[in-house]
Write a protein that binds this ligand. Structure first.
Ligand code: SF4
Length: 299
């Protein structure tokens, strides 16, 4: 496809892509960011169609924030397995057992479950959101590693992970020993780790950051070399923005197959056909939107 055809196809559509998308998709997207940045961007869209290159819960958030727009996905099968670890029923059970707790759910959660929450969060703002709540006890799900990170930063709160061992299949594969070997090989590198990684991996990082946080930090840092502990898709963007700096993946096989279900061919087909419409039950969307809007107010 030539540049002219792409511009024509994008006249009525904005393309939002997550940092974990492949370089060719990032290159034609109007905006590339982490879950929080994509939510903020989705709330400002001025075209009738949003083509969302990310997993299901992100596209559903875009629907909730834009009920009068049509949200499309290149592949409707792009779903986050972590979201499935916390069904709405489990949230209701936990709420009944802990009536004094606020419920904070990571954006990587099904809409039905988020409709049961007080406020949504992302890895970029989880500490800030929990800190802002008046309740001491917080039910936090579904990522137990992110819950650990929040608890560590806010020792006066009681953060209860729901479920007990919810996790991202990509980020739990980072291992402490592998990271220590890499640090020994590159002692001059700054080590940036995502809070979905295990506690023992987080503990040896220089900084724990969301992908958006990594991007900001790398731009400002005086360091020339970085070990990046997240899905490898982010490295393309970091290289584009920082041509003089070096990036080493903490695990080169850290690839989210669900994010990668979108391909450039599927993106272009969807731009032309507009068939894969993301739908969210309107009643559920209204309830879950309150939790999402509260997050955007507190962010
Ligand atoms: S990287 Fe992990 S949390 Fe993110 S979409 Fe993939 S499986 Fe879900």
């Amino acid at each position: 496809m030539d540049e002219k055809e792409l511009i024509e196809l994008k006249k009525d559509t904005i393309i939002l892509a997550h940092n974990y998308q492949t370089p060719d998709i990032q290159a034609i997207a109007d905006f590339v960011g982490d879950s929080l940045q994509l939510c903020q961007q989705a709330a400002r869209v001025d075209k009738p169609y949003i083509l969302f290159c990310g997993v299901d819960f992100m596209a559903e958030s875009a629907v909730m924030l834009n009920p009068d727009k049509t949200v499309l996905m290149p592949d409707l099968g792009s779903k986050c397995p972590m979201a499935a670890m916390l069904p709405a029923e489990r949230v209701r059970e936990e709420k009944a057992m802990h009536p004094d707790a606020a419920v904070v759910l990571y954006i990587n959660t099904w809409v039905e479950a988020r409709a049961e929450s007080d406020v949504t969060c992302t890895s970029a703002n989880a500490v800030k959101i929990v800190k802002a709540l008046p309740q001491r006890k917080i039910l936090f799900g579904p990522d137990a590693n992110l819950a650990w990170h929040v608890q560590k930063n806010l020792p006066k709160k009681e953060v209860v992970p729901i479920p007990y061992k919810g996790h991202c299949r990509v980020h739990v594969r980072f291992k402490k020993d592998d990271l220590l070997s890499l640090i020994a090989e590159h002692p001059d590198a700054e080590v940036l780790i995502h809070p979905e990684c295990r506690p023992e991996v987080q503990e040896i990082a220089d900084l724990i950051l969301s992908t958006g946080g990594m991007e900001r930090h790398v731009r400002q840092s005086k360091a020339r070399k970085f070990i990046i502990g997240t899905e490898t898709g982010l490295i393309y963007k970091l290289k584009q923005q920082n041509p003089g700096k070096e990036f080493i993946p903490a695990l080169s096989s850290a690839v989210c197959v669900n994010m990668k279900k979108h391909t450039i061919d599927k993106v272009l087909t969807e731009l032309r056909e507009k068939k894969n419409v993301v739908k969210v039950d309107p009643a559920l969307a209204r309830r879950a939107r309150k939790s999402l809007e509260r997050m955007l107010e507190l962010s």
